[in-house]
Design a protein around this ligand. Structure first.
Ligand code: FEO
Length: 412
C-alpha cells in the first residue's frame, strides 16, 4: 500500500533544488514511502523528477504526482518565483509526471505548454478540461529564451505520447521514464550509488516497464546514434541522474533489449501442502546438476515484479502450481497474467504441480506458456497428492533436460 503525504498541510519542509548543469536544476519530489507502483513492488520508494531550465526565459520540464505538488513548487521557489516560469514541456502524460500539471499551469500561467501530438491528446483525455497546449514535432528545435530544445518522439517507450527533450547548450537529454528506476535517495546522481544497486533497480524498471517494447528500444538507439546529439547528462524522470557514467545505462539497455539467451533458469511455484514445493526443489537439483544456474521463487513471498526482474536475463521459466478448484493457484495465475503482458522472448519452459483429483493446473500452465510463445518441454510433471521417489526423479530429469537445452545456447 502506498502512503501518501498529507496534501492538506499548509506548512512544508524547506525543500531545495539541486543544480545539475549550468542552466538546469532538479526540482522533483522524493516519494520515500511508495511501496506499490501500479502493481510494481517499489521496495526502495521512488522519485518523480522535474527540471527547471534557467535561461533568459524559464522552462519547467515535467511535473510530479499530484500529492507532491507542494514539494515541486517549493523546490522551484528555492530558485525562482514559480510565477516567473515561461514555458512547460511535458515529455510524458502519465499521472506520476502530470498529476499536478493543471494546478501548476494555473499557478504559473506559462506562455506555452509543449507536448508531442499524442501528448497533447493524452493530456486532454486525462484532465478533461480546457488546457492551452502546443504540439511539438519529432526532430523540431525551439529557441526558448536563448536556449535550444530539440524534441525526439519515443512512441511506445513506453506510452504513445512519450518523447525526449534535448537541451543543446548543456548537452542534457531529458529522457522521461527511459533510463530511470524506482529509487528514493538523498543523492541525485547515479555515480553516488554503488553499481550493483543501479544495475538491480534499472533492470527491474526495464523488466517491468520497457521489456514489451525492446524492439523499439533498439530502433531508438539507432535513431539517437543518427541524430548524434552530444551528451553530458541523461536526466530521467525517476531515480538518479546519469552524468559521467551514462554510458553504463546505455550499454545495459542494449544488452536487455537484445535479450540474448542465458543459462539461468527461473523456477516459480506456489504450494498448498508442500508437494509442489518438493517438486520445485527436485527440478532445481536437476537444473543445477546439468549446469544451469537457478533462481527459485516461492510466489507466496515474491512480488510479481521481482519475478519479472529475475526473468530479464534468464533462458528458462519453470512454473509449478497445485490445482485449486479445477484451476491454477491464484498467485500463479496472477504472475502468469503479468508475465504474458511483458512478452519476454526466447525462453524455454516447463510445468509441474500436484493435485488431488482433477489436476488441471499443469495443462493450464502449458497453455499459457504456449500463448507466451515459450518453447515448452513435454507435458510437464503431474503428481497426485504427495510425490514419491519416482515422481521426484521425474522432476529432476525434467530440470536436467531444460538445463541441457539452455546451456547449449550461446551465452549472453
Ligand atoms: Fe513514470 Fe510512464 O510514468
Amino acid at each position: 500500500m502506498s502512503l501518501q503525504p498529507d496534501t492538506n498541510a499548509q506548512v512544508h519542509a524547506p525543500f531545495g533544488a539541486v543544480r545539475i548543469s549550468e542552466h538546469v536544476y532538479w526540482v522533483g519530489a522524493i516519494d520515500w514511502r511508495l511501496r506499490d507502483f501500479h502493481g510494481y513492488a517499489t521496495e526502495r520508494g521512488t522519485t518523480y523528477n522535474a527540471y527547471l531550465v534557467m535561461g533568459e526565459k524559464i522552462t519547467l520540464i515535467d511535473a510530479v504526482k499530484a500529492p507532491f505538488r507542494h514539494e515541486l513548487l517549493a523546490r522551484i521557489a528555492s530558485v525562482v518565483e514559480p510565477s516567473k516560469i515561461d514555458y512547460i514541456i511535458s515529455n510524458h502524460a502519465e499521472m506520476d509526471h502530470t498529476g499536478c500539471l493543471p494546478e501548476i499551469i494555473a499557478a504559473t500561467r506559462p506562455e506555452k505548454v509543449f507536448a508531442s501530438p499524442n501528448g497533447v491528446k493524452a493530456l486532454r483525455e486525462h484532465f478533461r478540461m480546457s488546457l492551452e497546449l502546443t504540439e511539438v514535432q519529432d526532430g523540431m528545435t525551439l529557441d526558448l529564451g536563448g536556449l535550444h530544445f530539440t524534441f525526439v518522439e519515443t512512441r511506445m517507450l513506453h506510452w504513445p505520447d512519450s518523447m525526449f527533450t534535448w537541451l543543446a547548450e548543456d548537452r542534457v537529454l531529458f529522457s522521461n521514464d527511459a533510463f530511470g528506476m524506482h529509487l528514493a535517495s538523498s543523492e541525485r546522481f547515479a555515480d553516488e550509488h554503488p553499481d550493483w544497486l543501479l544495475e538491480h533497480e534499472a533492470a527491474k524498471y526495464y523488466a517491468n516497464i520497457l521489456l514489451p517494447y525492446s524492439s523499439l528500444v533498439l530502433k531508438l538507439a539507432d535513431k539517437l546514434r543518427a541524430l548524434d546529439l552530444p551528451l553530458a547528462i541523461i536526466a530521467p524522470d525517476h531515480g538518479p541522474i546519469w552524468r559521467d557514467n551514462y554510458g553504463k545505462i546505455l550499454d545495459l539497455y542494449g544488452r536487455w533489449a537484445a535479450g540474448a539467451p542465458s543459462r539461468k533458469a527461473v523456477v516459480i511455484y506456489d504450494t498448498m501442502w508442500e508437494s509442489t514445493a518438493m517438486m520445485a526443489e527436485s527440478l532445481c537439483e536437476g537444473l543445477t546438476g546439468a549446469g544451469a544456474t537457478v533462481t527459485l521463487l516461492p510466489l507466496a513471498v515474491t512480488p510479481r515484479s521481482n519475478v519479472a526482474t529475475e526473468l530479464l536475463d534468464a533462458g528458462a521459466l519453470l512454473v509449478g502450481s497445485p490445482t485449486l478448484n479445477n484451476g491454477l493457484f491464484p498467485t500463479v495465475a496472477d504472475v502468469l497474467t503479468y508475465l504474458k503482458g511483458l512478452k519476454r522472448q526466447r525462453l524455454v519452459g516447463a510445468a509441474f504441480g500436484s493435485y488431488g483429483w482433477s489436476g488441471e493446473a499443469v495443462a493450464q500452465i502449458i497453455e499459457t506458456l504456449h500463448a507466451m510463445k515459450i518453447e515448452v518441454f513435454g507435458d510437464g510433471v503431474r503428481v497426485k497428492y504427495v510425490p514419491d521417489a519416482d515422481a521426484l526423479t521425474q522432476c529432476y530429469a525434467l530440470g536436467a533436460m531444460v538445463a541441457e537445452r539452455i546451456t547449449q545456447q550461446k551465452e549472453s
